[in-house]
Write a protein that binds this ligand. Structure first.
Ligand code: C2E
Ligand code: CA
Ligand code: CA
Ligand code: CA
Length: 279
């Protein structure tokens, strides 16, 4: 039994070592990717449910790895969050999205909103609002064109911390949106006190509409609640006409999803912008 115990122990040490090595290697590759400018942003359009107009887009990061091709964010964002690289990567994303949108505006393209995802680590930086201000300044993008997407867990901070942080960001003139709404545990009372502009219904509640009655109830409740709180509400992951129709009927302001448009390269997105408001 003693022998077996030792083997087991050795087995676990070696798998841990392998995992750690792999993580170290991926971390090194990500750092190199940032220097070599291997990250790209794709832009997914958002539409107004009533008018059908293109009203905004969400910037979604991808890694264009020379060895492995296009890599989805789920495969590198979690590690970047753990190691802290997300702070630099997040700065790059914000900078690139703002610069891109400014370029579109300068070229006379319709002035829509641009949404950028944030990580908890970025918000934890004392000077985060200053960094955002500096990026807006450097790129020349009007702050009111920018939406920052946060999740419920990121702003479940004790005391007045969240309110202060969000107020500081709001003071720049930008919009704040709560991403993946409904998956966290923030209370209505809490939400009401925060200076936010928009809720994004998590795609988990949209996916099984109209088969899942509970999801329909939840989506309808979020929409009604958002409207009562004077917040904009956007549904994500909209893939079918029925979902779109149901959400619109409930009073959902905007939709984003494969039904209306996949995340697109900047070039493909310009084409889409030029043809707005046609779907
Ligand atoms: P998210 O913010 O919830 O983004 C929505 C995800 O749903 C995107 O996946 C998008 O491509 C996908 N999606 C859009 N429409 C549909 C649809 O109709 N059906 C389905 N099944 N999926 C749809 P993506 O681009 O792979 O991003 C995954 C996650 O990675 C994002 O989830 C976000 O949490 C994170 N992420 C992406 N870019 C960034 C970034 O720049 N910074 C940070 N911190 N996180 C990012
Ligand atoms: Ca998002
Ligand atoms: Ca989301
Ligand atoms: Ca998500």
């Amino acid at each position: 039994a003693k022998e077996q115990g030792r083997n087991t122990y050795r087995f676990y040490t070696s798998t841990l070592t392998i995992a750690a090595n792999e993580r170290l290697e991926l971390d090194a590759r990500l750092r190199r990717a940032l220097t070599n400018e291997e990250f790209v942003l794709h832009y997914q359009p958002q539409f107004d449910n009533l008018t059908g107009m293109l009203i905004g887009c969400e910037a979604l990061v991808r890694w264009h790895s020379p060895e492995d091709g296009l890599i989805a964010p789920d495969r590198f964002i979690p590690l970047a969050e753990e190691t802290g690289l997300i702070v630099q990567l997040g700065d790059w994303v914000l900078q690139t999205a703002c610069a891109q949108h400014k370029l579109w505006l300068d070229n006379g393209l319709p002035d829509i909103m641009i949404a950028v995802n944030l990580s908890a680590r970025q918000l934890q930086q004392q000077d985060f609002a200053k960094r955002v201000a500096a990026i807006l300044d450097a790129t020349g993008l009007p702050a009111e064109r920018l939406t920052l997407e946060l999740t419920e867990s990121m702003i479940m901070l004790p005391g007045e911390q969240a309110i202060e942080l969000l107020r500081e960001l709001k003071a720049l003139g930008l919009k704040l949106s709560i991403d993946d709404f409904g998956t966290g545990y923030s209370s209505l009372a809490y939400l009401k006190r925060l200076p936010i502009d928009e809720l994004k219904i998590d795609q988990g509640f949209v996916r099984d509409i109209p088969q899942d009655r509970n999801d329909m109830e939840i989506a309808a409740t979020i929409i009604a609640m958002a409207r009562n709180l004077n917040l904009k509400v956007i549904a994500e992951g909209v893939e079918t006409k029925q979902q779109m129709e149901f959400l619109t009927l409930q009073g959902c302001h905007g939709c984003q999803g494969y039904l209306l448009g996949h995340p697109l390269t900047p070039e493909a997105f310009i084409e889409r912008l030029l043809h707005a408001p046609d779907r």
